[in-house]
Design a protein around this ligand. Sequence first.
Ligand SMILES: CC(C)(COP(=O)(O)OP(=O)(O)OC[C@H]1O[C@@H](n2cnc3c(N)ncnc32)[C@H](O)[C@@H]1OP(=O)(O)O)[C@@H](O)C(=O)NCCC(=O)NCCS
Length: 188
Amino acid sequence: MKTDYKSIMLIRTPEREDFTEVKAICEDRFGKGYIKEEEFNRWITDDKYCKVADLGGKVIGIVYLMPDKIKNVARALKLDESYIEDMSGGKNVIRSRCAAIDKDYENMGISDTLHREIFSNISPDDFGAIIAPAWTYNGYTPMAKPLKEYGFELFGERENLWYNMEEYECIICGGRCKCTAAIYIKKL
Ligand SMILES: CC(C)(COP(=O)(O)OP(=O)(O)OC[C@H]1O[C@@H](n2cnc3c(N)ncnc32)[C@H](O)[C@@H]1OP(=O)(O)O)[C@@H](O)C(=O)NCCC(=O)NCCS
């Protein structure tokens, strides 16, 4: 029988000391140079929206849903600012920034548990929408099914969304990332 890691793992806000393990997971799943330490140290200040799964002291997954201003999200995701403004009623939005689970612990509901924990901290009083750029490669979008289950709808696609991350070497592209993002949106 498969071990139910969900029942024994701890969901917590990451600490600075977790960077090495988070980096190893992100580099294995996305590619070298995906995450810098100073950036991670900013992520973890969003303590309600950045969570790791901790199994006996070892980090086995991270999800970060980043609160952001409309104009920043529009720029980062190549979306029309006035469209987001209308959709979110002018409130700030949450942008899905990172979801990565250690390969050895995949398909066990770890990402699902982390997402649901963070969703429970997102108040519609504070945010108008959640926007998720879902990584798409070889015709496959790993997060498509869960996002639909969470009530997201597909808005459209954006090519080369991560190309401007100069130091990131995508495991699919073998260099600068030319992958497409499927943009999913959930109005709150
Ligand atoms: C995409 C990713 C984050 C999903 O993480 P995960 O922990 O494996 O996801 P979950 O286990 O929560 O859900 C994935 C599958 O497991 C199933 N699942 C959920 N709970 C489960 C449980 N208790 N036991 C078994 N399976 C379960 C889900 O139904 C889902 O299967 P389905 O897609 O066939 O419905 C992970 O595969 C990953 O890191 N991939 C590489 C990086 C990546 O693509 N990140 C997303 C960028 S947008």
